[in-house]
Design a protein around this ligand. Structure first.
Ligand SMILES: [Zn+2]
Length: 476
């Protein structure tokens, strides 16, 4: 992204020069756009702020205290917009949440201050603990066990420090999961932190680990928030046919979850905000009712929703899901997935048509819409697949599509779907899918992801909003 930034700076100068030469005002073009009232209300800075506020609440996992706080947060945003809001609850479920923790290392007898292991993140189901133990590479009674893989067999150690799994370059731990009722806490640490500790041990030093973890396990329902924006067709509240925008509100792995998936939540909130305010300012309502859902728990909540609310709350016309729409480590592109299901073709094409029409000619700095976009085949692993895999969606060929700026933690290259757009910037039989270096790790923070590229969320929101308008206008 650094190279891109340098290019953007030089390109900016040439853009200004071009505009000056042509004599056209940069503000002239948008007034010719009849849909600008809809998409101009999408605000990347507000999405960026909302990601920070959501991440500050904690990992937001379903049925946890921070999950409830996140549900309250999005309910409030929808309600303040003047949208009707419903909260859907699953039956109670056990859930664990870390509240606070510290992990420090020091060499005994040394004047050096203790080193805080900043990137450490507790594994799920770690019990409350506070103590001090000598570090060792083998498990033994009451020691702090530095291990590559935790969770294999019983240990009598006081605390476990697991240097795996990590993100792809080893710089951030990915929190794993202990069985419920585990006796000792386990902290994931970065490979770089583990190397430092091993170096100290190799030098013959006695290394002391001080640890403290305050966690909470409780039984509570998982809360999903749904809001409705009535369409021009009207209909009884919560009974009219509707199109659904959605994103999972939990942090997936239990880490900070900025890109995965506070970015998706912030994107859905931008669509709701821009659309509702544009209607208040005189824009027409959507052809059909539109709803917005923030799932309390990825997959689990969508399954529960599909089983209990469809079709009880009205006929579902299609789904547009956001997951990792705030950052990409290798490229600046938006992807639409999947393009290999018959029910998705019309919606995918509507989204792509929006991007084709609106892609900025000068691709060297982020504009209002992405300059590069692609459609790719089914890769699975997100909420849209719960819908597209259902009998209802298959038998009626209903669309369930995800819009994102990265997927998974490593770059992907997939065979292009025959007859579908593929990549916008080159003609070939493969499609690139960008990745997030911080995927599922304790490094998935706003600083590392959404703060760097807040325009990604705005792109995804504008493309989804205008694509859905186009798709819904064409429906009978
Ligand atoms: Zn996700």
């Amino acid at each position: 992204m650094l190279i891109g930034l340098a290019l953007a700076l030089t390109a900016h100068v040439s853009t200004v020069a071009k505009v000056a030469n042509s004599g056209a005002s940069p503000q002239a073009a948008p007034s010719l756009d009849p849909q600008q009232a809809l998409w101009r209300g999408v605000d990347a800075g507000r999405a960026q702020r909302r990601v920070r506020e959501l991440v500050a609440l904690g990992p937001r996992m379903g049925a946890t205290r921070s999950g409830d706080a996140a549900a309250q947060y999005v309910s409030k945003v929808f309600a303040e917009l003047g949208l009707e809001v419903r909260v859907i609850e699953t039956p109670e479920r056990r859930a664990w949440q870390p509240l606070a923790w510290t992990l420090t290392a020091r060499i005994e007898g040394s004047q050096e201050p203790a080193r805080k292991l900043e990137r450490a993140w507790p594994w799920q189901n770690s019990p409350d603990a506070m103590g001090s133990a000598l570090l060792a590479l083998e498990s033994a009674q009451d020691i702090a066990w530095l291990t590559e893989r935790a969770g294999r067999g019983a240990s009598t150690a006081a605390v476990l420090l697991a240097s795996r799994p990590t993100n792809s370059d080893g710089t951030w731990p990915i929190p794993g999961r202990l069985r419920e009722g585990a006796a000792q806490p386990c902290f994931g640490i970065a490979k770089t932190e583990a190397e430092l500790l091993r170096g100290w041990l190799d030098s013959g030093a006695k290394v002391r680990i001080d640890f403290e973890l305050d966690a909470e396990t409780r039984s509570a329902p998982i809360r999903t928030v749904v809001a409705r924006l009535p369409g021009r067709r009207g209909g009884e509240a919560w009974k009219a046919p509707y199109f659904l925008f959605c994103a999972h509100g939990d942090a997936d792995s239990g880490g900070p979850g900025a890109d995965d998936n506070a970015s998706g939540v912030a994107t859905v909130l931008e669509i709701a905000t821009a659309w509702k305010r544009a209607i208040e300012a005189g824009a027409s309502a959507p052809a059909h009712e539109v709803r917005f859902a923030i799932w309390g728990s990825e997959i689990e909540s969508t399954r529960h929703f599909l089983q209990t609310r469809v079709p009880a709350d009205g006929e579902l016309l299609g789904v547009l899901n956001y997951d990792q729409s705030g950052f990409g480590s290798g490229a600046d592109q938006v992807n639409i997935e999947p393009d290999d299901l018959p029910g998705n073709v019309a919606l995918v094409n509507a989204l792509v048509a929006v991007m084709r029409e609106r892609a900025p000619r000068d691709a060297s700095e982020p504009g209002d819409f992405p300059s590069r976009f692609a459609t790719n085949k089914s890769l699975g692993g997100t909420d849209s697949y719960v819908f597209s895999g259902s009998e209802l969606f298959k038998s009626r060929a209903l669309p369930a599509v995800s819009v994102f700026s990265s997927a998974w933690g490593a770059a992907g290259e997939h065979k292009r779907t025959a007859g579908m757009p593929g990549e916008s910037w080159r003609e070939r039989d493969k499609v690139r899918v960008d990745y997030d270096l911080y995927y599922h790790s304790s490094g998935d923070t706003p600083e590392n992801t959404t703060d760097k590229e807040p325009w990604n969320m705005a792109w995804c929101a504008r493309v989804g909003l205008l694509g859905a308008v186009r798709y819904l206008e064409a429906l009978p």
